[in-house]
Design a protein around this ligand. Sequence first.
Ligand code: PLP
Length: 457
Amino acid sequence: KTTSNGTDPRAIRQWDNEHFFHPWDSMGVAGMDRVIAHEAKGIYLYDPQGRRYIDGPGGMWNVQIGYGREEMAQAIARQAMSLSYHSPWAFASEPSAVLAKKLADMAPGDLNSVFFTTGGSSAVDSALRFAQFYNNLRGKSQKKLFIAREKGYHGSTYLSATVSGKERDKSFLDTEKRLVRFLPNVNPYVRPEGMSVEDWCDLKVQDLETAIVEAGPENVAAFIAEPILASGGVIVPPPGYHRRTLEVCRRHDVLYISDEVVTAFGRLGHWFASEPVFDIVPDIVTCAKGLTSGYLPLGACIISDRLIDEVSGPDRESVLFSNGYTYSGHPVCCAAALKNIEIMERENLLEHVRQVTPKFQARLKAQSRFEIVGDARGMGLVGCVECHVPEGRGRSEADRLELDKDIGARIDAKCEEMGLIVRPLINMCVFSPPLIITEDEIDEMFDILERAIARVE
Ligand code: PLP
């Protein structure tokens, strides 16, 4: 049997194994015999044999409005026919101008300057470069250090990878270590026994202040943080953490960059989470992913008027922010983003997320009843089940830790047999389904997960 494009699925599998060097590919035996994603509709993916899978991670936390929307295809086709591309250096265009205005209106506080990028990594890269550029223009060129967090993930360009703090990701690749200091894990789950969450928050805020003071505030450009550490394991910081870390930044003239690549566009029930959920107006916000629901690649870094005003003026004509991409503000990608936002508005998706969140979070947290589940946590429509192989059963501690390493993959394999894709991350499984998911579909997803966990236990 061939696909509708005429390729035998066995050839797809073979060529994928032999030639597609995937992100985070293992350097072990080549090829992983991945499921072939052939078609998709709503929250479901289908392989060439027509097997159906619920897309638990919603693509890569990005397929907000679900798959297979004809309106999206039409908007993309219309724009590609009328103006498929223009240089962002030389021209303005309707889709990029309208989208820039829309994002400025949606973004917190005075964040009004929208710098378009090709995705999340390049949005973070641009934010970090802007922070250094800003300090150079203020005559503070020694302010170059970034403070980031263990388990944070900010992307795969050299600079965004530099501020990413996931240990395993760093092990074989070089990054600019002199540019960054990492703060220890903020996860309340790992706080010492007997310590309250409030005391944990004090400690974590103090970690930032100590890092700034030790490095010397005159050397620190910015603190970068995800509102929820997403691929680090959906780590929700203790209440008040972001507001208090922002205050620390303000005291020391350090910029606060909120990386909302995962949390923006409805994941937590709001366009941006910073202000309504975490009570902060950062200096710079980055976004991507849900901006187009994955129909086309696009990202943005949105900068506050305060920063722009401080470093611009009539005498700055010859000063250029020499940063940008051939595809900055790509008209077809911007048209896709506008249609995506229009659909989210028309279908009241933010409200829908707020309505189904209690069900999603209740089913997620109920996973804690399994012996292998150490913690089940999340917020909005994002969640993580963290597992550990139980003690005893004749296993040594070393064996147990070794088994922990692929427990996520083993749960994922069982889920896959039953028609659910989850995102395994070492000993964790992560969920961020399309925002259109219904309560019945949430039940279907967790019913499968529970059967899978029971088989792995
Ligand atoms: N920032 C965060 C918080 C992310 O989760 C990601 C990707 O997962 C990125 C940045 C990088 O985005 P992209 O993969 O679009 O470059």
